[in-house]
Design a protein around this ligand. Sequence first.
Ligand code: ADP
Ligand code: GN1
Ligand code: MG
Length: 367
Amino acid sequence: MHDLKSISSAFAIDGDFLAAVPFGSGHINDTYQVVVENTTGPAKFIFQRINHNVFRNVAGLMDNFRRVTGHLQDKLASLPGRDPSRETLSMVPTLAGDTFHVDGGGNHWRAYVFVDDACTYNEVRSAEHAFQAARTFAEFQKLLMDLPHPPLVETIPDFHHTPKRFAKLTAAIQADAAGRSAQAEPEIGFALARGEQTNVVVDLLASGGLPWRVTHNDTKINNVLIDNADGRGLCVIDLDTVMPGSILYDFGDQVRTTTGTAAEDEEDLGKVTFQIDMFEQLVKGYLSVGREFLTPAEIGLLAFAGRLITFEIGIRFLTDYLEGDVYFKVHKPNHNLYRARTQFEMVRQMESQAERMEAIVAAAAQA
Ligand code: ADP
Ligand code: GN1
Ligand code: MG
C-alpha cells in the first residue's frame, strides 16, 4: 500500500492523518478513503492514484475534472433545493494550488471530499435503484449541456469507437500474443459474427444524425452515489472519462451493468439473466429527465445501445484476455475471459428480447 500519510500532506487539508483504507472495486485506478482529525472532528476524503498508463494526459484529465465539477457546482447553486456540496464531487487542491500531485515514485494523485451518508452498490438492488441511477445520469448530462467551450479533452482517444475496438480484437486474435485463442474459441466466434453492427453510432455521429454531447462514458451502476436517507440518486462520480460522446454510450453501459442478475465476472452463465423489468425502470428513469433534451434519433437507439455497449465491453475484455491481461486489473486466472463470457451472454439474451425492449422504449417515450 502507498504511504497515504505522506501523500495527503501534499494537499490543502487541515488536520492530522488518522487512517487510510482501500476503497471501491475499480479496474483501472487505485482508490482510498483517508480520514484526518481536525478541530471539528474526523473528516473524510477520497484519494485516487490515477493510472497514467491508461490516462496519458493527466493534466488534461484533471482540467476536465475541474471544469465539469465547477460547472455542476455553479448550476446546482442556482437551483432551489439542491446541494452542490453533496450532488457533485468537490476537488481538494494541492498545497501548491494544483489539481493533482506527483509523488516521488511518479504516481499521480488527486483528492476530493468524501460524500457522507451515501453509498454505491456493485449490483442493482431494486427497481427503484435502477430508476434513480438512470435519472441521475440523465440529470448529469442535462446540467452539462451548456458547459462553456472549448470541448473537453478526450482523456482516452476513441474510447467508445466500437469499430476500432473490434479491429483491435481481430488484431489480437491474429497475434495471439498470450497463446490463449484456443481457449476462447466460442467467444471469438460469437464476437466475429457481430462485426457489422459496430459502426451504427460512430457513423451517425460523423454524419450529424446523432449529436455530440458531454457524456460520462463509464456509467456503471457503482458510479452513482445513492442517498442513504431517501434512496434517491445523489451524485455521479468517477469522472475520468467525461468527454465528448453520445448519450447512447452512457445509456448502453447502464443497461450492461444494471439489468443482469449476476456480477460482471460471474463464472456460472446459468446465473446470468437479463431482466427486462430492470431495463424498463432504466428507460423510465432516464426519460423522466432525458425527454426534455434527447432527440428522436437518440431515443430510437436506446434499446440497441444496450446491446452495442455490452458487446463493446465484452470485446474489450476478450481482447485483454488474448493480449495477456495488460489493461484491466485481474484477480484470478481467466478473469477477463469470464468477464467477456458474461457480457456476451447478456448480449445474446438482449438480442432475443430486442422487440420487447424496443416496445418498452416506444411506450415510455409516448408517456
Ligand atoms: P474506481 O471505480 O475507478 O475505483 P471511483 O471514483 O468510482 O473509482 O471510486 C471508487 C468507490 O469509492 C466508489 O464506488 C464509491 O463507493 C467511493 N467514492 C468515490 N468517491 C466518493 C465520494 N466523493 N464520496 C463517497 N464515496 C466515494
Ligand atoms: C473500467 O475504472 P472502472 O472500473 O470504473 C473501464 C470501463 C469499463 C469497466 C468495466 C478507463 O472502469 O471502460 O466499462 O472497467 N474504464 C476504463 O467494468 O477503461
Ligand atoms: Mg467507479
